[in-house]
Write a new protein. Structure first.
Lengths: 66, 800
């Protein structure tokens, strides 16, 4: 049982690391908008990449109409 | 989620904004190879732009409808260009190395899909390193390379998909609030994570009661608990201590005092027990207590933060740029660089950047943001015009005669700030309860200590500590914040933004309601009350269609009354505005005009607008400012309560008295300046009344800070929404009734909570003082009473 004298302090070190990561996340505004992150999984990134060249030219077209 | 519609029944809704489509408008956009109807050219352009960029996911996953889009006009594009000026940029752009950072406040964000759409659109521009759209504050942080991409191009790109963006500079007060919010999250995180660990070891210690644990282990677990609990107490719970000390310094007792006494008292006792290996430890209870209390406080704070973020986005009173005339040439410069006696040019539709005298041209000016009256004021040479008002139809040159803090608009802002510092405050129930609670607690703890010290000195310290723990006002301190959080959440759902903490408590004491007239009790825009059709050749439909089509080209507020189907009308030629009269054009070879009675033929009717063809009157319209739907029901409700009702209006005409009679107000005062409104409310307060003010205009913002409570209409001026304690987002007067009812219900629930928790505390106090309460009993009692109080508060979430 004396192993817990070692294991518990190690566990505490992990907790401290977790808190450090949490502080970093707060500092980087990751908690300022929880709504957006919840929905972000729905949006498909790859489809956009294929068409992004496309969008550039289209944008120019719509410039003329303005 | 709103799935894109494919069935025929919904064909009458616009594909983009989901609003109904005006008859006769038959444009479509192609979505999934099917034509979808749209309601206007603006929505069509935006939808096409979104679909062609491959961002159709937006329509699949959005949870709220997009706003109706207005078509971009060249004049606006020019405005965007002015944001590229270095003088203007220095106010809101920050540089970090090669990159620039700007905060944009974006109109029209309704759900997470909007954020995704904007981020995709802006990233497709290239040269943008980071876009972070926040759906709760409606702002976007953009980090980009200024040398390759202009700010105006970013703003234009977002306008193209239907979101208007403005550079935004948060004020100091809001920046501080954001800091507080972040520190709350950090403290909560530490408290949450650490409490879990401490609980784990506490369980091990609980089992010691059933099976004998080795002394070494027990002592080791206590030390571990001490190490883990220390950050919670010394970091997370520190604000309670500092707040209690701050109150003590000004000789007051607040709720944080018993809280910190319990937390820090129990912490010191437990530490003592750990170090000297005697007595009991309470680390897990105080950690849990700190966490719950912080959570309640944070939720309440966040609700108010959201409300104030919403209104601070709106502060765009004055334009950033001005057209100055120097050496006979027009130049666009930053408005703050203007000097006295500069000559500036103001085009139709623009906001005037400084106070000044008209020296050339004539126009009509919409001063509604100052006076609340929507009827435009005509201005000729030598007339004074004010910064912040909107120029309607004429091109004028203005000689600047007041700048910066001396402009009328800034004087109103100063008036408002002055009133804020002298605002009457009502003592809050929390403080009153805290004061006698703390007093009783300290006396009992003192008596217990003295008694036990004289009879059994060894036990004295532990029994005193157990008195402090047992009476720990956990439930009591949760009683008020949980109730407030629940009712604020309920009100937010109904479209009522609560911006200040005192609102619900003050509301229950209010005995007088003061109302503004235009824009508050009335809709603040004109509608047709009566029409006269004078020529048989033009029937009702044709006349209205012609009038609407022609008024479409007018900026005048009256023009908005004419919004009928215009699909039967063909194109006009030679459209010209005649300042002070109206607008005219050539239609099918005939001259057509719409404007004021007496422009050509004078009619002996009480009409404001006449439609002329070939200078003959063919239709005449009587307009009125319609009373809002809920107004009459609300005033009747208030009178039955009974509240005193006052009508304060800046309008000097008889309209104020007529309206007061119709709605049966108790008191009326017409023709009030902002300062006179303040004076009136101050007098009412001096007669020992507690006054709430409901208003919408800039002229109401000073009186907002004089009254005990202020309520602004969502459709009102930005500055008034920013000042007010409550904003009625949907401008629905009947929600004031809901507000009053919820506030009374909240007070009832708070009372119940206080009685419940004080009953628990006073029942356990004598037992603890006699040394009969085991620590685990105290913990169970504490948790049970807290849960009962929280559950009771949750009842406020139910709609009435």
């Amino acid at each position: 049982m004396s192993i817990i004298y070692v294991l518990i302090p190690i566990a505490i070190i992990f907790v401290i690391i977790a808190i450090a990561i949490f502080f970093w996340a707060v500092k980087n505004e990751q908690f300022s908008d929880l709504d957006k992150q919840a929905h972000s999984i729905l949006f498909d990134d790859s489809e956009i990449k294929n068409k992004s060249d496309n969008s550039q030219t289209k944008n120019k077209d719509s410039n003329h109409t303005l | 989620m709103i799935p894109p519609k494919e069935h025929a029944s919904s064909q009458s809704e616009c594909f983009h904004c989901l609003e109904s489509i005006p008859l006769g408008f038959i444009q479509t956009v192609e979505y999934n190879n099917q034509p979808q109807p749209v309601c206007c050219i603006g929505c069509q352009a935006v939808a096409e732009s979104i679909i062609s960029s491959g961002m159709t996911d937006y329509y699949k996953f959005r949870t709220a409808a997009a706003g109706k889009v207005q078509q971009l006009i060249p004049e606006q594009l020019l405005m965007f260009k002015s944001y590229d000026d270095d003088d203007i940029q220095e106010d809101f752009i920050h540089h970090s190395g090669e990159l620039s950072e700007v905060l944009l406040s974006i109109e029209g964000i309704s759900c997470a899909a909007c954020a995704w759409l904007i981020e995709k659109q802006l990233l497709s521009l290239g040269d943008i390193t980071r876009v972070d759209v926040n759906t709760s504050t409606h702002r976007a942080m953009i980090l980009w390379d200024k040398s390759n991409l202009k700010l105006s191009e970013i703003i234009e790109a977002s306008a193209r998909i239907g979101y208007k963006a403005y550079p935004f500079q948060p004020d100091i007060e809001e920046a501080q609030k954001q800091q507080v919010a972040k520190s709350y999250i950090r403290r909560l995180g530490v408290a949450g994570i650490m409490t879990m660990q401490v609980m784990m070891f506490a369980f091990a210690l609980y089992f010691d009661m059933f099976s004998d644990m080795e002394d070494d282990f027990e002592q080791y677990f206590r030390w571990i608990s001490f190490v883990l609990a220390s950050p919670v107490i010394l970091y997370s719970a520190l604000p309670f201590l500092t707040s209690a000390i701050r109150a003590l310094k000004v000789k007051q007792l607040n709720m944080d005092l018993p809280v910190s006494l319990a937390i820090f008292g129990a912490y010191i006792a437990s530490t003592w027990a750990t170090v000297f290996n005697t007595g009991e430890v309470y680390f897990e209870s105080i950690c849990m207590f700190s966490f719950l209390l912080l959570l309640g406080k944070y939720l309440e704070f966040r609700a108010r933060l959201k409300a104030s973020e919403f209104t601070s986005n709106l502060q765009k009173l004055l334009p950033l740029t001005a057209r100055i005339i120097k050496n006979f040439k027009e130049q666009i410069i930053a408005a703050k660089k203007l000097k006295l006696n500069d000559i500036i040019l103001v085009k139709p539709g623009e906001i005037i950047p400084a106070d000044g005298l008209v020296i050339d041209g004539k126009t009509t000016i919409d001063e509604s943001m100052m006076t609340g009256e929507h009827e435009a004021v005509s201005k000729e040479v030598n007339a004074q015009v004010y910064a912040g008002t909107t120029n309607h139809d004429g091109l004028v040159k203005i000689c600047v005669n007041q700048l910066g803090t001396h402009t009328l608009i800034n004087q109103i802002v100063t008036l408002q700030n002055k009133a804020l510092t002298s605002r009457p405050k009502l003592a809050e129930i929390t403080d009153k309860v805290a004061q006698w609670f703390v007093a009783v607690l300290l006396i009992v703890a003192g008596l217990t200590a003295t008694y036990w010290y004289s009879t059994d000195p060894e036990q004295a310290f532990w029994i005193t500590i157990s008195v402090l723990v047992a009476t720990c006002p956990c439930a009591l301190s949760l009683a008020i914040p949980t109730a407030l959080t629940c009712s604020v959440a309920n009100l937010t759902k109904k479209g009522l933004l609560i911006k200040k903490a005192h609102v619900l408590e003050t509301l229950t004491k209010i005995d007088s309601f003061s109302f503004d007239k235009t824009g508050t009790l009335t809709e603040g825009c004109f509608t047709i009350k009566n029409s006269h059709f004078l020529n048989e050749k033009y029937d009702k439909t044709t006349s209205l269609a012609l009038a609407s089509a022609l008024e479409f080209h007018s900026q005048h507020p009256i023009a908005k009354a004419f919004n009928f189907d215009t699909s039967s009308v063909e194109v006009f030629d030679n459209i010209t505005g005649e300042t002070g009269f109206g607008i005219k054009a050539i239609y099918q070879g005939q001259s057509i005009a719409i404007g004021k009675n007496g422009w050509f033929e004078t009619l002996n009717l009480p009409v404001q607008v006449v439609l002329y063809i070939n200078e003959k009157a063919i239709a005449a319209f009587e307009l009125e400012d319609k009373i809002r739907d809920g107004a009459s029901t609300l005033i009747t409700y208030l009178k039955n309560k009974p509240f005193n009702t006052h009508l304060l209006t800046g309008d000097p005409s008889v309209a104020g008295h007529n309206l007061a009679k119709k709605l049966s107000f108790d008191h009326v005062k017409t023709g009030c300046s902002p300062a006179q409104k303040q004076q009136y409310v101050a007098n009412t307060i001096n007669q020992n009344h507690i006054v709430a003010m409901v208003g919408d205009g800039v002229n109401d913002s000073p009186v907002f800070n004089t009254a005990h409570l202020s309520i602004a209409m969502g459709s009102g001026a930005d500055i008034s929404k920013n000042t007010a304690d409550v904003v009625l987002l949907n401008s629905d007067l009947s929600s004031i009734k809901h507000l009053i009812e919820i506030s009374h219900k909240t007070r009832r629930i708070v009372k119940e909570n206080l009685i419940l928790s004080i009953t628990y505390n006073s029942a356990i106090l004598p037992l603890a003082a006699m040394g009969m309460v085991h620590p685990w009993m105290a913990v169970i009692g504490m948790s049970a009473s807290s849960i009962i109080v929280i559950t009771n508060s949750l009842r406020l979430l139910k709609p009435l």
